[in-house]
Design a protein around this ligand. Structure first.
Ligand SMILES: [Ca+2]
Length: 153
């Protein structure tokens, strides 16, 4: 019991240092720090999800409550969730930036990696987000296998 309390306290204090993550096993859950309690201010968390070669990442949003932005495109950059079809921040591979409580239900990578960045600014926090992910066989590869049967007369 005492160990449990010490463990929780350590991670509460050390949120920012501990919020980067890499996941390589499916299925999995990814969420904002402290979820379902409010996320802290001033975090910048990068989450990398790596599927095996030939598979893609399918991310399903289960809950999404971030600070609302009066710009629909979240351009105030208060609290945002950015999803990349890549293994790092890459603006050319940006799937979308989301804030408030508006987000699509699910996202898929085209390759084997997805990178998610959760950021919060200095004021106003919400419950945050939770999403699940699974690895699936890539849709872009189609293997046509021909079997030739030799039929005896
Ligand atoms: Ca905020």
């Amino acid at each position: 019991m005492i160990n449990d309390i010490l463990f929780i306290s350590f991670f509460s204090i050390d949120d920012e240092a501990g919020c980067d993550n890499t996941f390589t096993k499916s299925p999995g859950i990814v969420n904002s720090p402290n979820y379902p309690s409010n996320y802290p201010s001033g975090v910048d968390c990068g989450t990398l999800i790596v599927a095996p070669s030939g598979q893609i990442v399918r991310l399903t949003i289960l809950d999404f409550q971030l600070e609302p932005d009066f710009n629909a495109d979240c351009s105030s950059n208060w609290d945002t969730l950015s999803i990349y079809d890549a293994d790092a921040i890459d603006e050319e591979a940006l799937i979308g930036v989301f804030c408030g409580n508006t987000i699509n239900g699910y996202f898929e990578s085209t390759g084997s990696r997805m990178y998610i960045v959760f950021k919060s600014d200095g004021t106003v926090t919400r419950r945050g987000y939770q999403a699940s992910f699974v690895f699936q066989d890539g849709k872009k590869y189609c293997v046509l296998q021909l079997t030739i049967l030799k039929i005896k007369p």
